[in-house]
Write a protein that binds this ligand. Structure first.
Ligand code: ADE
Length: 236
């Protein structure tokens, strides 16, 4: 019943890492979600517990062996949810993908190191390849932590009403408005006067205008999509 993350990694000590803190850590302790790590090295068969080999065709680095990774995947065959291989070649993670994952019973995450994993085992298990962005991490672990963090905060009971999601970027299609707290004048700089007015409707209008302005200047790509969605929904 709880969302279950299963991690296949050569570095099980990297988990839960940052997910043991704050909202994710609290909800993990409460049993709202579960985390299980398997050490890929435990599925090596030789006495040196070899997990990798040189690339076929030559070249630098090492590749995780298909038989070892396959044995690790077989060990979690009964675990529900998609099989995800973290890779910079994967489909780029976005909030829509995060929502889809949160609606699943959980997911199995395969974390590669070195140059990667033999492609045949990725294909044989029809794994979904997921990237967290156009840059190269030293392994899939930090990417898996990122995906899980984004999923867990959407699970029912993880975020209280106070932290709610409704105004968030990617829920509205706009970046969030700027935030301010006391004092209203800090270092001689005033926070917007309207925010101290107690006039909730006008504050909401100011925040929406601010969100639009900031989205337009910071993220023209998101602004374009927002306008397209607005014109579509107004025609319906
Ligand atoms: N492994 C290495 N780099 C990565 C990235 N950008 N996303 C997902 N997995 C990765």
């Amino acid at each position: 019943t709880k969302w279950q993350a299963t991690i296949l990694t050569l570095f099980p000590d990297m988990f839960p890492g940052p997910l043991g803190h704050s909202l994710a850590g609290k909800s993990l302790n409460e049993g709202i979600w579960g985390l299980k790590t398997l050490d890929i090295r435990d599925f090596a068969r030789d006495k040196h517990r070899t997990v990798d080999d040189t690339p076929l065709g030559g070249g630098l680095g090492m590749v995780l062996k298909p038989d070892v990774v396959d044995a690790a995947l077989q060990a979690v065959a009964a675990t529900a949810g998609p099989r995800i291989y973290l890779s910079p070649r994967g489909k780029m993670l976005d909030q829509a993908m995060v929502r889809d994952l949160a609606a699943q019973p959980g997911a199995v995450f395969l974390c590669g190191r070195y140059e990667g994993v033999d492609q045949r085992v990725i294909d044989a298990h029809a794994m979904q390849e997921v990237s967290i962005g156009d840059y190269i991490l030293s392994g899939g672990e930090v990417a898996a932590l990122t995906v899980i963090d984004a999923v867990v905060r959407l699970l029912p009971g993880v975020m209280g009403k106070a932290e709610g999601h409704h105004d968030e970027s990617f829920e509205t299609g706009l970046l969030e408005h700027s935030h301010f707290t006391q004092p209203r004048v800090w270092n001689g700089i005033e926070a917007p006067e309207i925010l101290g007015s107690g006039h909730h409707r006008r504050i909401a209008e100011w925040r929406l205008a601010e969100a639009k302005k900031e989205t337009q200047t910071r993220r023209p790509d998101l602004w374009k999509r927002y306008l397209e969605l607005q014109s579509k929904s107004s025609k319906e």
